[in-house]
Design a protein around this ligand. Structure first.
Ligand code: NAD
Ligand code: ZN
Length: 358
């Protein structure tokens, strides 16, 4: 029996307006006047009101993070090099943003204490030393990156996280007020990442009572806000924030499944973003997740979302092969989704047919 022993974030603060507590929390974490660096999603660049609430002290600095593309190992290495060149060491890094900024924050924190390139650590338990202090503050919810023990990076040869016990945040702060400005479409795609985490966990062979408890609750919350509510309101933001957390906890003790295994290929080859890529794939997975896909289609229609089409029509066979090989490499995801004998039903041909439908 493979009992997991997984590391969680060290401290959790929750509540509307809790962002005000950041200064106090950091006051115990500042080391020898070394600065705290705030990695802030560049959406906030022109939001002087919000920027004015970031508690800068001494040499603290805000660095805006470009999230046009999903996090790359090259970007993580550049950020680390520039921090080292400018400050030598830092007291810690606070990330404010979505899954992209949260993952970059985790990765740069680790790279401040581990030699080489972040690409060297893509995999399981390759990180050797704890990073600098890191705090994660989501400003869009769904990915569960706030609770996970990975930070997903696209590297020279693969898209894979730095999975380790050193990766979870030392502190997370969940303030639903930060979600207010998220545009509807983006909220839907990132919110569906959470919904899909729950479906994949609840229908997986790795399911257990621990995962089920979080997965069922997160699924209920997603259905309530995306399907049964007529208007999006503050309460919906609170529920989505907690759904993201619980969805992340659910997969921590199980695994994701087919949509993730397939969308990783799309995202590696075409740069399709995680939330939207999962939706494009999940829409075609009725064979694997009949009930989940049915409800998903209801949510699509209720929220008036157009899933992008014709992504793979003009790809070459070489490109299909690349996506298929990325996807087949996600072994634990397939094993969770289908079972130990997954290779008897999931092969090159199955995946070629599936990728051809997007
Ligand atoms: P994202 O971080 O790329 O953000 C999506 C968009 O929302 C961006 O344009 C951003 O600028 C904008 N945004 C963020 N906060 C906003 C706000 N308050 N108001 C308005 N706009 C705002 O997207 P995401 O879906 O949160 O994260 C996707 C990333 O997360 C991917 O890189 C994926 O690989 C990663 N991920 C990580 C994990 C993990 O466990 N570490 C799990 C799932 C996904
Ligand atoms: Zn996901």
């Amino acid at each position: 029996m493979n009992f997991r022993n997984f590391k969680l974030p060290g401290f959790v603060t929750y509540g509307k307006g809790s962002f005000q507590k950041v200064d106090e929390i950091l006051s115990h974490k500042r080391v020898n006047n070394l600065p705290v660096i705030f990695f802030v999603d560049d959406f906030f660049k022109n939001n002087a009101n919000f920027l004015g609430t970031i508690p800068l002290r001494g040499n603290d600095q805000v660095i805006f993070i470009d999230v046009t593309h999903e996090p790359k190992t090259t970007y993580v290495d550049e950020l680390k090099d520039s921090l080292t060149a400018q400050f030598g060491e830092v007291s810690g890094i606070v990330g404010i943003g979505g899954g992209s900024v949260l993952d970059i924050t985790k990765a740069v924190s680790l790279m401040m204490k581990n030699p080489g390139s972040s690409a060297d650590y893509q995999g399981w338990d390759l990180v050797k030393y704890a990073g600098v202090y890191k705090m994660g503050i989501p400003s869009i919810s769904g990915t569960g990156a706030e609770v996970s023990r990975t930070c997903v990076l696209t590297g020279p040869t693969r898209k894979l996280g730095m999975n380790s016990d050193f990766t979870p945040f030392d502190q997370i702060l969940l303030d639903p007020l930060l979600l207010k400005t998220v545009p509807e479409q983006q909220r839907f795609y990132t919110g569906m990442d959470c919904y899909i985490h729950c479906i994949e966990s609840l229908n997986g062979t790795y399911l257990n009572a621990f995962s089920r408890m979080y997965g069922e609750k997160a699924l209920d919350l997603c259905e309530e806000i995306f399907l049964h509510k007529d208007e999006w309101d503050d309460d919906s933001d609170e529920k989505l924030m907690m759904a993201s957390y619980a969805g992340g906890m659910s997969i921590a003790y199980s695994q994701v499944g087919v949509a993730h295994a397939v969308s990783y290929g799309l995202s590696y080859l075409l740069g399709t973003k995680h939330g939207i890529g999962n939706c494009i794939v999940f829409d075609k997975l009725a064979h694997y997740y009949p009930d989940g896909v049915l409800k998903f289609k209801e949510m699509i229609s209720k929220n008036k979302i157009e899933i992008p089409k014709n992504l793979t029509q003009s790809l070459t066979e070489d490109q299909f092969n690349k996506m298929i090989s990325i996807s087949l490499g996600m072994e634990p995801l397939w094993e969770n989704a289908i079972g130990k004998n997954w290779k008897s039903t999931i092969d090159h041909k199955t995946l070629r047919e599936l990728y051809g439908q997007f």
